[in-house]
Design a protein around this ligand. Structure first.
Ligand SMILES: NC(=O)c1ccc[n+]([C@@H]2O[C@H](COP(=O)([O-])OP(=O)(O)OC[C@H]3O[C@@H](n4cnc5c(N)ncnc54)[C@H](OP(=O)(O)O)[C@@H]3O)[C@@H](O)[C@H]2O)c1
Length: 255
């Protein structure tokens, strides 16, 4: 994607990766609109970043997505890019049923696919445009503690490929950002302070470097996510999967 000259919507832009990317693109002179469910959070971020706009949107809500997308196109006729950072990640014990399935699928998978459908006709009329999906290293090696989450992220990877293929002869470029474990509050405060997670600033710096130096990269992969991304290609997947999940389960049992 072009790193300047965009009018960019960042869902989940009130916190974590979405907020940091919104601020990075704003600093480069792009027009940026952040979206999320909590207006107080969005307002606080907008107040801290002069020029940053916000819109309240629950991306799991079909009617709200349609209404807000239509209004955004009216309010920002040059809107040409979206980063789908809105997401939820919750633990589930499948023996008790996939209690988080509906909300997770609605937010992580249906939300971005539906929003793309609403924005694409407009994006296709722009001189250049970009859709950035946000999957995860866990799309490639599932963390068994969060089964619905990992299933949605694997599906986002699949969808991103189909979307890119269907749009290959158009102005709309499709990038899949697959973060590693990063210090945000995705799973609560503990994650934001976990020394095993990648510091948010380091992650964003590396991501922005990739956007800048490899504007055609189909997948945005920082070095830290590559062991997960390429686990299957690298061979010994079954062992990698087992060791990864055994380590994570052991870490959790010690809490
Ligand atoms: N941090 C990591 O380790 C990591 C790793 C891999 C992938 N990711 C992905 O990166 C993305 C950003 O996560 P993060 O780590 O930055 O966590 P985060 O700080 O919790 O950000 C998630 C954002 O999504 C918003 N959101 C949640 N549900 C929404 C909905 N239905 N509609 C609109 N906005 C919604 C939240 O704001 P509201 O509650 O105000 O709506 C929040 O601002 C997610 O897709 C996540 O899966 C993160």
């Amino acid at each position: 994607m072009h790193i300047t000259g965009n009018t960019l919507l960042v869902t989940g832009g009130g916190s974590g990766i979405g907020r940091a990317l919104a601020e990075a693109f704003l600093a480069l002179g792009n027009e940026v609109i952040i979206a999320g469910r909590r207006e107080s959070v969005l307002k606080e971020v907008a107040d801290a970043n002069p020029g940053l706009n916000y819109v309240v949107l629950d991306t799991s809500d079909a009617a709200a997505s349609k209404r807000v997308a239509e209004q955004l196109i009216v309010d920002y006729p040059t809107l040409n890019a979206v980063i789908h950072s809105a997401g939820i990640m919750r633990g589930e014990s499948l023996r008790a049923g996939a209690t988080e399935l509906d909300a997770t699928v609605a937010t992580n998978l249906v939300g971005p696919i539906r929003l793309d459908g609403l924005l694409l006709p407009h994006f296709l009329k722009q001189p250049h445009a970009a859709i950035v999906t946000v999957s995860s290293g866990l799309a490639f090696v599932p963390l068994a503690l969060t089964p619905s989450y990992c299933a949605t992220k694997a599906a986002v990877h699949s969808y991103s490929q189909s979307l890119r293929y269907q749009l290959k002869d158009t102005v709309v470029k499709v990038h899949e950002l697959a973060p590693p474990y990063v210090q945000t509050e995705l799973m609560g405060e503990r994650q934001a302070n976990d020394p095993h997670a990648m510091p948010l600033k380091d992650f964003i710096d590396e991501v922005m470097g990739i956007f800048q130096h490899s504007p055609d990269a189909e997948e945005i992969l920082v070095e830290r996510v590559k062991p997960l991304r390429y686990a299957e290609v690298n061979g010994g997947y079954a062992e990698f999967f087992k060791n990864f999940n055994d380590q994570m389960a052991a870490a959790r049992s010690g809490e």
